[in-house]
Design a protein around this ligand. Structure first.
Ligand SMILES: [Zn+2]
Length: 410
């Protein structure tokens, strides 16, 4: 398709500014801004029409149509005694001429935030988008770019020059959205995701919501990390979970600390050491890291230590029987203490290794290396027969788990 002839057809019906005309042919040619492209097409059309006109071809109507949106053509017509009024662009009404003027308010709105990457978006009136769609549909244009895309790109470039860094295409720290009708700017701050591991040394700190028996949550303990980045909230995403009375020891559990609406995207990434929770040094991550971590935690191997109290003395011979549980697939109906899941659901998890020691006549210490997701307390106490096989059943005793620790998340 010859863009000049196509432009001639379009301009007969619609007056378009350089940008809006050039944008219909945006994918033809590379490294040229739409306004330049539109101007070039108009210049070529002007040359063709003036040539034809001088050779006696009747192109007066096309010249008048072009003259509405092209000053040299207006001057040519005026010199031939034909006067044509300049017309406003049918699509943008002239707005695209200096859309870069919004860059300064965007830069000002972003000045309060210490961010790394940014992106510019815009609110464009619906009727403007519809007028563009109308022309694209009517002339079967397949080479165009959307007006919104051009506005975002151009303001983004101008902001980039002010801030001395280019706008980002990938998920940016902040997105500034310009309303091109009233010039207002809204800034959305994407969450900051920080990867690390945590140890929980306390039996009264809960992961997630505050539960009976817990005095605080891990998220509350980690609040100083939120404060470092001036965020509105902190959310902890962890690879699996432990109950509030279970300690998380060893190398800790992989976790992602999410800081909502930070005012700083750079800052102190050192860990945090408190009497309840220890957080390792952090490094920036992505949503994908959170997804991968959660997916991995379903299959990762965990090592637990439990101390259990028996209703009767346990002998060394009794403990030796527990070796039979190595390699067993444990079938668990949802524990009674967990209400949110379907009570009839059955979970199957593998126990790989088990070591047990006598602490006192009726007190044993059991180490269980198993597949992630095993309900370990229930594997020890049997949960009234809802978990099979179990340590209690194998020992023929009634067991109460008095201490449980996670020693390793592999
Ligand atoms: Zn326009």
């Amino acid at each position: 398709m010859d863009p000049v002839e196509r432009a001639r057809e379009i301009l007969r019906q619609y007056p378009l500014c350089d940008s809006c005309l050039g944008r219909l042919f945006a994918s033809m040619g590379y490294g040229v801004e739409n306004a330049e492209r539109g101007r070039a097409i108009k210049t070529l059309l002007h040359m063709r029409l003036v040539y034809d006109y001088r050779n006696g071809v009747d192109v007066a109507e096309d010249l008048k149509a072009l003259g509405r949106v092209h000053a040299p053509t207006r001057r040519f017509l005026a010199s031939n005694g034909i006067s044509v009024e300049e017309a406003r662009c049918y699509i943008c009404g002239g707005l695209l001429k200096d859309v870069e003027k919004y860059a300064e308010s965007v830069a000002k709105a972003l000045a309060e935030i210490d961010f790394g990457t940014f992106q510019v978006g815009s609110v464009v009136p619906r009727d403007m988008l519809e007028r563009e769609r109308e022309i694209v549909a009517k002339f079967g244009i397949e080479t165009g770019e959307s007006i919104k895309h051009e506005i975002n790109r151009r303001i983004g470039r101008a902001v980039g020059e002010l801030l001395r860094r280019p706008a980002s295409k990938e998920r940016p720290d902040v997105v500034a959205t310009v309303n091109i009708i009233d010039g207002t700017v809204k800034v959305a701050r994407n969450p900051l995701l920080l990867l690390g591991r945590y140890l929980k040394l306390s039996r009264v700190v809960s992961q997630g919501r505050l539960v009976p028996g817990a005095s605080r949550t891990i998220e509350e303990v980690l609040d100083p990390v939120r404060a470092r980045f001036g965020g509105s909230a902190l959310v902890l995403h962890a690879a699996g979970r432990e109950d509030s009375d279970v300690r998380m020891l060893g190398n800790g559990r992989p976790a992602v600390v999410e800081i909502k609406e930070p005012s700083k995207y750079r800052g102190d990434l050192s860990g945090l050491a408190t009497e309840w929770v220890i957080l390792s040094p952090l490094k920036p991550g992505t949503r994908n890291d959170v997804r991968e971590m959660k997916a991995k935690s379903k299959t990762s191997i965990k090592l637990y230590r439990a101390v259990a109290l028996s209703d009767k003395p346990i002998s060394a011979e009794d403990l030796a029987k527990l070796k039979a549980l190595e390699g067993a697939v444990v079938v668990q109906r949802t524990p009674r203490r967990i209400k949110r899941l379907s009570p009839r659901a059955r979970r199957r998890r593998m126990v790989y290794n088990i070591e047990a020691y006598q602490i006192a006549d009726r007190v044993i210490e059991v180490f269980v290396r198993c597949q992630g997701g095993l309900y370990v307390k229930e594997f020890i106490n049997g949960d009234g027969g809802r978990t099979q096989p179990s340590v209690a059943e194998t020992l023929g005793a009634s067991l109460e788990v008095v201490e449980l620790d996670v020693l390793d998340v592999e």
